[in-house]
Design a binder for this molecule. Structure first.
Ligand code: SF4
Length: 166
């Protein structure tokens, strides 16, 4: 399995959601776009043109825009509802680029509607955390059963709500 930014998103959002996604479980009445997380996709622009698409043996990720002059990844998001997830997703991209030999890469999350920019950097602690997260994602996905329902208020907006709360 190739780990993508979406896996990282779901890891921080809901591990049960991650398991459903990794097992290609889609709700019958929902499109794939909706099933990968209405709540998350509401906060993200659909990408029209991918600037950079990285495909590795164990990872795959797409950057909205990479500014070579400033060594900065730019991610554009609609809302900051899922800000922590956006930050970890960007840290994951910086982490992968570092592994691929791109050093001192920084990130900026741009919320144009909110006129807000967030600078993101990868610390040593973040790298340790991402190493653990990646190991844990593999373990979680290999579990025979999905993790338990997390019972959060945002479950109501989740595409798997009916599956989790039957
Ligand atoms: S409904 Fe809640 S517990 Fe179920 S997958 Fe969605 S976020 Fe996770």
């Amino acid at each position: 399995m190739k780990i993508t930014g979406t896996h990282i998103n779901y890891y921080f959002h809901c591990k049960r959601h991650l398991w459903f996604f990794a097992h290609h479980i889609l709700m019958e009445h929902t499109s794939e776009l909706v099933a990968i997380g209405k709540f998350i996709s509401e906060s993200t622009y659909e990408r029209k043109q991918h600037e950079l698409h990285f495909v590795e043996e164990d990872f795959e990720f797409v950057l909205d825009f990479f500014d070579k002059n400033t060594n900065t990844i730019h991610e554009i998001k609609k809302t900051n509802k899922m800000e922590e997830l956006h930050i970890w997703q960007l840290k994951f991209y910086i982490y992968r680029l570092k592994e691929l030999g791109f050093h001192n890469v920084k990130g900026i999350i741009d919320y144009p509607k909110l006129k807000r920019l967030i600078k993101v950097e990868l610390t040593e602690k973040d790298e340790e955390k991402l190493n653990e997260v990646i190991k844990e994602i593999h373990l979680l996905v290999n579990q025979k059963k999905p993790p338990k329902v997390i019972r959060k208020s945002y479950c109501r907006k989740c595409s798997y709500f009916e599956l989790c709360y039957v």
